[in-house]
Design a protein around this ligand. Structure first.
Ligand SMILES: [Zn+2]
Length: 228
């Protein structure tokens, strides 16, 4: 895996597309090897692991952790039979351990798309990981046995506005390629700083020390940004 990544010119590894905690032992072996070859290691997770497991992953070399919280406590309890406190605790602890953390909230019509539910997510986000940690509201599409209609763009835009009202500085809309809220805007002056299309970086307008060129606001980005 590591040889393949290096040969392909990748900058890192991301464990995704099913819950990566299921590959826990494999990652404990993989991450140190990847680190030794200069690759970063990322987890695209539901964040539902013990603190001990989280610590072991960080010690093995996990640099980034994306947690999809899947809504407010009542929706997560009802549809996942799970306690969303665990996800927020792990997000907070991972941040304390120096991991780059981003939160995703998949918005599903009739499940977790009420204003109250989205407000709870935003409130807990600020309490757990602060206003500088990015949050992404992503669109759901019907699959397998679940037939609710796809999330409307206007619902995602409503979630964006709620998050901004709660003081979140880096809010994104996901799974809607070409939407202007895929981009990063300066939280102070609103200037377009990083333009994206889907998963691709289109342009970056930041000073060498990662400040907004217009107003000087410092943008907390780790590592270098390169357009491929
Ligand atoms: Zn600015």
């Amino acid at each position: 895996m590591v040889d393949l990544a290096v040969r392909s010119g990748c900058k890192g590894l991301s464990v995704s597309f099913t819950e990566p905690t299921l590959l826990f032992e494999y990652c404990l072996d993989l991450f140190p090897l990847a680190r030794s070859r200069g690759l970063y290691c990322n987890f695209v997770s539901n964040g539902y692991m013990t603190l001990e497991a989280l610590r072991m992953l960080v010690e093995a070399g996990m640099d980034g952790l994306k947690i999809d919280v899947k809504g407010c406590s009542s929706s997560v309890h009802r549809y996942c039979s799970a306690d969303v406190d665990v996800c927020w605790r792990n997000a907070s602890k991972a941040l304390e351990m120096g991991v780059h953390v981003e939160i995703v909230n998949l918005v599903i019509p009739g499940v977790n798309d009420s204003e109250d539910c989205i407000e709870e997510v935003c409130r807990r986000h600020v309490e757990s990981v602060g206003d500088d940690t990015p949050i992404h509201f992503t669109a759901y599409y019907p699959a397998y046995k679940f037939n609710a209609p796809p999330t409307s763009v206007s619902k995602l835009e409503e979630a964006y506005r709620i998050a901004k009202r709660y003081g979140l500085r880096y809010v994104y809309i996901g799974n809607v390629p070409g939407h202007p809220y895929e981009n990063t805007y300066c939280p102070v002056c609103g200037d377009l700083l990083i333009k994206r299309y889907g998963l691709n970086l289109v342009s970056v307008k930041l000073t060498r020390d990662k400040k907004c060129p217009r107003c000087g606001c410092s943008i907390p980005i780790r590592g270098e940004i390169r357009i491929r």
